[in-house]
Design a protein around this ligand. Sequence first.
Ligand SMILES: *[C@@H]1O[C@H](CO)[C@@H](O)[C@H](O)[C@H]1NC(C)=O
Ligand SMILES: *[C@@H]1O[C@H](CO)[C@@H](O)[C@H](O)[C@H]1NC(C)=O
Ligand SMILES: *[C@@H]1O[C@H](CO)[C@@H](O)[C@H](O)[C@H]1NC(C)=O
Ligand SMILES: *[C@@H]1O[C@H](CO)[C@@H](O)[C@H](O)[C@H]1NC(C)=O
Ligand SMILES: *[C@@H]1O[C@H](CO)[C@@H](O)[C@H](O)[C@H]1NC(C)=O
Length: 577
Amino acid sequence: MVTKGLEMVKCGVVALYFLWLISNRFGFVVSHGDINEVHIPQQFQRTSYHFHPLKNWMNDPNGPMYYKGIYHLFYQHNPNGAVFDSKIVWGHAVSRDLINWAHLNHALEPTHPFDINGCWSGSVSFLHNNKPVILYTGLDSSFQQVQNLAIPSNFSDPFLEIWTKSSHNPIIVPPNGVERHRFRDPTTAWPGPDGGWRIAIGGQTSYGGAAMLYGSEDFVHWYQSRFPLYSSRDSGNWECPDFYPVKLNGSNGVDFLNGSRVGVVKYVMKASLNSHDYYTLGSYVPEKEKFTSDSGDGFDLRGTNLGLRYDYGKFYASKTFYDSSQKRRILWGWVNESDSREDNIKKGWAGLQVIPRKIWLSKTGRQLIQWPVKEVEKLRTNHFSLYNKELRGRSTMKVLGGSASQVDTEVSFEFPYLEEAERVDTRWFDLDPQLLCSKRDASVNGRVGPFGLLVLASNDLSEHTAIFFHVLKAHNRYVVLMCSDQSRSSFREGVDKTTYGAFVDIDPRHEKISLRTLVDRSIVESFGAKGKTCITSRVYPTLAVDDDARLYAFNNGTQSVVISSLKVWKMSNAQIV
Ligand SMILES: *[C@@H]1O[C@H](CO)[C@@H](O)[C@H](O)[C@H]1NC(C)=O
Ligand SMILES: *[C@@H]1O[C@H](CO)[C@@H](O)[C@H](O)[C@H]1NC(C)=O
Ligand SMILES: *[C@@H]1O[C@H](CO)[C@@H](O)[C@H](O)[C@H]1NC(C)=O
Ligand SMILES: *[C@@H]1O[C@H](CO)[C@@H](O)[C@H](O)[C@H]1NC(C)=O
Ligand SMILES: *[C@@H]1O[C@H](CO)[C@@H](O)[C@H](O)[C@H]1NC(C)=O
């Protein structure tokens, strides 16, 4: 039945798409009426308040920091096109508020034999006297991955515009037993028990995917530790490892340099692999120079034990930094496009960063919490709100009739008929939540759910992205599923429309379910249960754009739910120059 429905949607899609082209509503030239030859400029899909370079390709965030009153973000950038090219540079932008940005000259470009084929990802570390330096991976003249050091030419310049590469480069070359193509992305350094420095480097070793541990007295001469900081036997190559302390109690961030005492903090070990960012929580005993995961083998990729993820949608190669000005830890993450290489070339741009997220340990100690930095709220305008509104079974309610292509929305739901939730056999619970979300998408009528928001929705609802919850009962506990369903997000063909899903760690008997969603034209960032479960989606609507994008609340379960509060703000553009 579901499949049939989808087929019908598809036929409808082609017809509507054609009508849309004929009506030529965006003033595009329709060449000879042939759909395949139509050129779609797609500039209306360009985001307006997410960080991006002025044009061309961007991937990993690099070396984020706060220095002399200024936030810095570096990023992997191909200045010559909207596609990945290994001969990549470090783009550089500065900001006073993490939202409005000014681009500076590239910080690092391939210039020397140790990085002539590309300046790949890396980190900033603060040495004694608060002096920032960059460690990055260079693709050298023989295409092996080596680690290099760069130092600001003028530490007094708050913009740190010019970086000088160390004459000692390369400072670390691939050790024996490590593939020379899989040895990259040095972390921010932390102090070792001997007063020297420690860093981890991602790669693939005889231990499997690993964060290899290195030590140094002077930041120039490095030695490899016998054992990795952490590794996972059956996983592939690790990219962009990140390792940092989080407070056991409270949402303030902590740095390694102070406050990282046993019993006060836990440690986060993150690795990027298989297109996802996985993390595990654990302890780190400096004297033993070893990280130990609370869950034993951590994100071991054996079986289905994939560990926790920062984000269950499109999100990769992330990096945190400690913001000393506001005592918080901030997470950046790259969001790839979901359309094709050819589309990216046509658009002239590809790749975004998420709105930076404050990140801390949940009260339960079982997972991290993420929340968009409060500075993004400065872009909020035109507040709309409603309270205690019943959303009956199988109903849809228009929330914002005007332009909803750029909005920030917070909603929370109560469920008076929780006990009516569908029972599922435990086999289901063992399943991948993403699979559950794809099988039970927004159009499937359940009991307590699916209910949630339809964002970037066209007036007739033919196009929309559904972010929703579904409460199920497995054994004698409730299971809350959060989904982001892209299957009807665009009439464009050839766009990745995977439905994403994850479980939310709450007990709906005692808690409401909240959802915050940031919509910015072609990106939808959703935070379930106040940041416990995050899902980021890229979508490319063709009808639901500019003034024609709408926001709805919907409930396709048979049971009523109550919107206890709903707030929506239109978002103005960030200044990115
Ligand atoms: C270094 O930066 C400071 C602050 O911007 C500036 O006043 C000074 O002239 C710079 N020094 C050099 C040698 O460029
Ligand atoms: C956590 O912090 C709160 C407020 O600072 C304090 O009242 C509480 O005792 C702390 N709990 C623990 C377990 O340290
Ligand atoms: C470390 O933290 C303590 C308490 O927060 C503070 O008094 C001290 O000055 C800090 N030390 C450094 C080196 O920042
Ligand atoms: C980016 O997304 C495209 C389209 O979904 C996909 O084909 C490609 O593999 C992705 N690239 C990376 C590096 O994740
Ligand atoms: C809700 O269910 C109805 C009836 O099955 C369906 O027509 C509608 O498309 C569904 N809503 C969403 C958002 O999928």
